[in-house]
Design a protein around this ligand. Structure first.
Ligand code: C5P
Length: 226
């Protein structure tokens, strides 16, 4: 099997309240996006990494990593799924694609291995997840609790998410055409009725969304280096 990766990085990250998009914030001596890319670029089975950028991106090309021979660039779209579709069009030759958030800088080599091993054995889409540990509540818009949701079988969906290239392309195109709300790649696959597994990934693979996430990511990255 042959593998490529897509890193959608065309979001504006308004929740971080920073002057630059969150993927370019400094983190443990590099930028967030350089950390998110590093394990994908280092993996010998991944031959190409497509970075999807916003039209007005002024930052990525200034980074040293932009010259890496495995990297290709693609132009992002209005929604994340438009950006991923654009990235799929830039894949030269691969059976499988791993889609990874630019805002997840703590990806470990072992989590990529977990996905690839599963694909080699089962030949179907697979994503990383984290089983829900807290008690889950549903509330109304005013914060009044309506009920407790059974957490049995509930997961947080993480990335990378890995699928056959053609299967993901078709699933995203038909979801877009039918106006389905797609928040990750797996939701498009589910919508198309294809099988997909979820595997427990590492708990340090967090998404930096709020300012306080940066401090936690910094700790994870410096710990794993020492
Ligand atoms: O905003 P959020 O954290 O959900 O974004 C997840 C990932 O999708 C980020 O890496 C972001 O840059 C990317 N994205 C994109 N194109 C968009 C919206 C988000 O590539 N239109």
């Amino acid at each position: 099997q042959t593998y490529a990766a897509i890193l959608p990085a065309a979001g504006i990250g308004s929740r971080m309240q920073a002057a630059v998009p969150k993927q370019y914030l400094p983190l443990a001596g590099k930028t967030v996006i350089e950390h998110s890319l590093s394990k994908l670029l280092q993996h010998p089975a991944i031959s190409q990494v497509v970075v999807v950028l916003a039209e007005n991106d002024r930052w990525f090309r200034q980074l040293e990593v932009a010259k890496h021979p495995k990297i290709s660039l693609a132009l992002g779209g209005a929604e994340r799924c438009d950006s991923v579709l654009s990235g799929l069009h830039a894949i030269k030759k691969a059976d499988w694609v791993l889609v990874h958030d630019a805002a997840r800088p703590c990806l470990a080599h072992s989590d990529i291995e977990l996905l690839i091993k599963h694909i080699e054995q089962h030949h179907q889409g697979v994503i990383l997840g984290a089983q829900v540990r807290d008690t889950m509540k549903r509330s109304d818009a005013n914060g009044n609790i309506l009920n407790t949701v059974d957490r049995d079988g509930l997961w947080h969906a993480l990335t990378p998410q890995a699928f056959p290239v053609q299967q993901l392309r078709h699933a995203l195109q038909s979801a877009l055409m039918q106006g389905v709300n797609i928040t990750d790649e797996a939701s498009a696959i589910e919508f198309s009725g294809e099988a997909c597994s979820i595997l427990p990934g590492r708990s340090d693979n967090l998404k930096v969304t709020r300012p306080e996430d940066m401090a936690m990511a910094e700790r994870f990255l410096t710990q794993s280096l020492s």
